[in-house]
Design a protein around this ligand. Structure first.
Ligand code: GLA
Length: 420
């Protein structure tokens, strides 16, 4: 049996960052040092729909990023990550919040100071801080390791600033907005917000149905859909292909602008509007075909077809799960993957091999998850065949000459919070 990438317990994560804090700054045992953590996520279905004001359905992973942090009385930020070492020692980065502007910070610290900057921009009095980070969220795997960093700092900074936003869902929506600004404007990744929403708003045992229409009130944007795979005798296997995955490389931005251009051509604010009007007409395909005819080229037709059909699949998926028929969602996952591969063109050889091998070994359905171009796939499997499906995927990767994948099992877990 292939070993699974296990999540750390809370105690373990807390002990790690406390120790690292002590080694970096001293005083780890002080009351002034506290620990917060935030999860990575997998999206069950609804891919590349968030920036089209659509629907998506992420769950929080049990894998979390931990932050030990102590406030400062000035605006200095000193941060180190266990994942960024020079000669085995975490490298200390030092910045001044007073000087931070978009584009001025490189790498993972952009996510951290970006959150502080966005909260200050929103009028909150965020002080400087000393902090260390450690994480068991696989890095660069399309499982939102950067949203986990942003969200862990968001709840930490919220608490040390006395803002109190993390205490309510409406407040958390403001934290999500700050994290999105950090990612879009500081880190320069034009992502849509699903990941930050998942990390800050998910709850254990449920999937988060996010409705990304910007005009909605905060409390209309999230519905918690009970998602207890254990009770259904099922499991969600996550396959990190370890194929290089880079959202900032222009492909993601290109998909997004193709959708925005298409929306303008079709005279709608977002492609969601088209999806809703077709849905309201009970469209069986003719309405969509007619809309696609109005687009200038086959590429934009394919992209729009993906977005519209994917929003429909989210609705069907939620209807099945809500009806206690989770074991029947497999074909929707398969159709989502085909649409992302053929119409949206964001899959890759490793993702395709992962989903095909998983299905051949008995998965009920499988699809890539997240932005694509590498990253991870998910397979819905009966609990008793998790090992067999994992082994089959590992064997298929070896046959194809790919780097061995990293496997983990996702259970719908908790959102960002204080850990100690
Ligand atoms: C990445 C982005 C999200 C979303 C997905 C695709 O994860 O961060 O905003 O667009 O890709 O669904």
């Amino acid at each position: 049996m292939t070993a699974l990438h296990e999540a750390w317990s809370d105690e373990d994560g807390v002990a790690r960052v406390r120790e690292l804090f002590g080694a970096t700054f001293g005083g780890a045992g002080d009351d002034a040092v506290a620990v917060w953590s935030a999860p990575g996520r997998v999206n069950l279905i609804g891919e590349h729909t968030d920036y089209n004001a659509g629907l998506c359905l992420p769950v929080a992973l049990p894998h979390r990023t931990f932050v030990a942090l102590r406030r400062r009385d000035d605006t200095l930020v000193r941060i180190a990550s266990a994942q960024e070492r020079v000669d085995g020692t975490p490298q200390l980065r030092e910045l001044d919040l007073a000087d931070v502007t978009p584009g001025s910070v490189e790498g993972w610290p952009a996510c951290v100071v970006g959150v502080a900057w966005a909260l200050r921009e929103a009028g909150h009095d965020v002080p400087g801080f000393d902090a260390v980070v450690d994480s068991c969220v696989p890095y660069g795997a399309g499982l939102s390791s950067s949203a986990a960093i942003e969200s862990a700092f968001a709840v930490a900074l919220d608490e040390i600033s006395g803002t109190g936003l993390a205490a309510s869902d409406a407040g958390r929506v403001e934290l999500v907005a700050a994290c999105i600004r950090a990612e879009n404007e500081m880190a320069g990744a034009p992502t849509g917000g699903m990941d930050q929403g998942a990390s800050l708003r998910c709850s254990p045992g449920t999937a988060l149905l996010l409705d990304c229409r910007p005009e909605l009130a905060a409390d209309e944007t999230a519905t918690h859909v009970p998602f207890d795979l254990d009770a259904a005798g099922l499991a969600l296997l996550v396959i990190d292909t370890r194929a290089e995955h880079q959202l900032a490389d222009g492909q993601y931005a290109q998909r997004r602008s193709t959708c925005e251009d298409a929306a303008r051509t079709l005279g709608v604010a977002h492609l969601r509007e088209l999806a809703d009007s077709l849905d309201a007409q009970g469209d069986a395909g003719d309405g969509l075909a007619a809309a696609l005819e109005r687009l200038p080229d086959d590429v934009s037709r394919a992209r729009v077809r993906h977005v519209v059909t994917e929003i429909g699949r989210v609705r069907e998926f939620v209807a099945l799960v809500s009806d206690g028929r989770t074991a029947e969602v497999g074909p929707l996952m398969d159709a989502s993957h085909a649409s992302l591969r053929d119409d949206y063109e964001v899959s890759c050889a490793e993702l395709d091999v992962a989903v095909e091998a998983a299905r051949a070994a008995g998965a009920l359905g499988a699809r890539m998850t997240g932005g694509g171009f590498g990253g991870s796939a998910i397979a819905l499997v009966r609990a008793d065949v998790v090992d067999a499906v994992g082994d089959a995927v590992v064997a298929a990767f070896a046959d194809a000459g790919f780097t061995a994948p990293d496997l983990l099992v996702a259970t719908a877990s908790a959102s960002a919070d204080r850990s100690a």
